[in-house]
Design a protein around this ligand. Structure first.
Ligand code: FMN
Length: 257
């Protein structure tokens, strides 16, 4: 049975989940949701179609939303989603469900995995052990999710507590202009990693320095993966340890099909 898993990732958590799922599911492949792949608009072959993504401000990353909106799908496929999050999936499954419903299909499997939260203003500092426990627990959780997917489990979507405030928060999530608050300190050596890993192609290197182009997804990949830790966001990032998934290499974030 052929399976395609579309994933979006900033710090690598969702990519790690997507890779582990690929290994557990027969005849599976993974495709990054990124600017480079936004021209993919049809998947009529896959018998199972999955989406793996981080939760942003209680909902789907904007690029994931746009990608799913544009995708024509095999209406006989089994659809599943795996959300990686700091606290919970909130509105994200329901948002995806509505997008799929518009195509005449349903989201059957909706699974979540708690991972280190990467948005410090909300989640940092987590105790380090908590981070490590989550990272170590992820693989087994993913293996169990793969079993559910193999059984074509149908999961009833949960009620969303405090729905109105969650919706308000998601509505306020307008990351494009927020990138004006990134800045670089003197450690930046112009290596260009930030530009290569930006899923939104939002960073140009000009005069050996990153310049943000206001098409930001707020994934914080640039900040967390910068080898010199020279990218800062407002004052939130000062003197804070960076995070990226320890099982993912930075090169795996370079955009590709
Ligand atoms: C801008 C931003 C907003 C976030 N908002 C939420 C949220 O509302 N709820 C939540 O549980 N986690 C939230 N997180 C945490 C991420 O969903 C979580 O760390 C995820 O595992 C990151 O996955 P990635 O490594 O694939 O990017 C947020 C992270 C970022 C960067």
């Amino acid at each position: 049975m052929s399976t395609t898993i579309y994933y979006f990732t900033g710090t690598g958590n969702s990519l790690k989940i997507a890779k582990d799922l690929k290994n557990e599911l027969e005849n599976a492949n993974i495709i990054q949701i990124c600017k480079h792949n936004m021209n993919i608009n049809s998947d009529m072959q896959s018998e199972r179609i999955g989406f793996v993504f981080p939760v942003y401000l209680r909902g789907l990353p904007h690029m994931v939303k746009k990608f799913v909106e544009n995708l024509t799908v095999n209406t006989n496929a089994y659809f599943f989603a795996v959300a990686s999050y700091g606290s919970y999936a909130a509105l994200s499954f329901e948002q995806l469900h509505v997008l799929l419903q518009d195509k005449g299909v349903v989201l059957s499997g909706a699974f979540g995995i708690p991972m280190p939260g990467t948005m410090w203003s909300m989640y940092y500092p987590h105790p380090k052990e908590d981070y490590i426990n989550r990272i170590e627990a992820q693989k087994e959780k993913t293996i169990n999710i793969a079993k559910e997917i193999n059984n074509k489990t149908i999961v009833k979507l949960q009620n969303i507590p405090m729905r109105a405030s969650e919706e308000k928060m998601y509505k306020a999530f307008q990351p494009d202009g927020e990138d004006k608050d990134f800045w670089i300190d003197e450690k930046c050596d112009g290596c260009g990693i930030c530009s290569k890993i930006c899923a939104a192609n939002n960073i140009k290197i000009i005069d050996k320095k990153p310049v943000w182009q206001h098409k930001c997804e707020q994934c914080l990949a640039c900040l967390h993966w910068c080898p010199k830790e020279s990218i800062q966001y407002k004052k939130d990032s000062l003197n804070k340890e960076r995070y990226h998934n320890p099982y993912i290499k930075v090169q795996e974030l370079f955009q590709k099909i």
